[in-house]
Design a protein around this ligand. Structure first.
Ligand SMILES: NC(=O)c1ccc[n+]([C@@H]2O[C@H](COP(=O)([O-])OP(=O)(O)OC[C@H]3O[C@@H](n4cnc5c(N)ncnc54)[C@H](OP(=O)(O)O)[C@@H]3O)[C@@H](O)[C@H]2O)c1
Length: 236
């Protein structure tokens, strides 16, 4: 049983998501603070992000890892069986580094593939970070979500960016709901990441939505929630 997935993001009116470009917003908050308060209001303990976004919560350590000679099995590793809140990041190639195993109290879990080295597995174990094997070369997102349900007992999950990872999860048909907080800003930067980035899109829009809720926040900020009614199957 996979968790129910809510994709929650703050965007400009042109769908861009790089909050550092916005400055202070009408209403007084920064984009980062707006994201944190609106996301926290769901009361959902676990969140999932792409590799670039997870890097913001990882350690700035040298890329080169200590070499280990012992064999480490390619098996899922749960470093904190008591954990109930999870900070989950995609890291198919094993490029992120960690000194600690939590982000503001949420236990770090990485979604990895058979591509990662044993040095990397030893690094994660030493940092007491958990990991789940979810594919050979690429992450199988359906497998990843099924493992989150079965092994971490997650029933509801916040998908929180960035645009590339959101796009992959949406394209895989695994987003149930979208929560979009729109700030009164035009980014305008062509090439600036947007809420859903899907390379090689089909001739049709990626998803059709059914509006379920709408709110206005101070400063002309609009918050929309949608159920995903249908996603377009990929061409390949
Ligand atoms: N405004 C908001 O609400 C909000 C929320 C969250 C984040 N953000 C911002 O978004 C920005 C990052 O966005 P982004 O689109 O550049 O990066 P991202 O989605 O966080 O990460 C992209 C990377 O994730 C990996 N990835 C993508 N699809 C994958 C898949 N199907 N399976 C496995 N790995 C996959 C790839 O890394 P590899 O190729 O290395 O495997 C890819 O390069 C950051 O600046 C962050 O601050 C904004």
């Amino acid at each position: 049983l996979r968790p129910y997935v809510i994709c929650h993001m703050c965007t400009t009116i042109d769908g861009k998501i790089l909050v550092d470009r916005w400055g202070r917003l009408p209403g007084g908050k920064t984009g980062g603070a707006l994201f944190e308060t609106t996301a926290a209001s769901f009361g959902i303990g676990s969140w999932l992000v792409g590799t670039h976004t997870m890097r913001e919560f990882s350690a700035k350590l040298p890329g080169r890892l200590a070499s280990v000679s012992r064999r480490i099995p390619h098996e899922d590793h749960l470093a904190d069986p008591e954990a109930r809140r999870f900070a989950i990041g995609a890291d198919a190639k094993g490029i992120l580094r960690f000194k600690k195993n939590e982000v503001e109290g949420d236990h770090v879990v990485l979604l990895i593939t058979d591509r990662v080295s044993r040095d990397y597995l030893a690094h994660l174990q030493a940092a007491r970070v958990s990991y789940l094997f979810c594919g050979k070369q690429n992450l199988d997102l359906r497998v990843a979500l099924t493992k989150m349900g079965a092994q971490l007992k997650i029933r509801k999950l916040m998908l929180q960016g960035g645009g590339a990872f959101n796009g992959a999860v949406l394209k895989a048909g695994l987003v149930d709901e979208i929560s979009q907080v729109i700030v009164p800003v035009v980014d305008g930067g062509s090439g600036v990441t947007s809420i859903f980035e899907i390379p090689d899109p089909s001739r049709h829009a990626a998803a059709k939505l059914r509006p379920i809720r709408q709110r206005t926040l101070p400063g002309g900020i609009h918050w929309f929630r949608y159920r995903v009614a249908a996603t377009t199957p990929s061409r390949k």
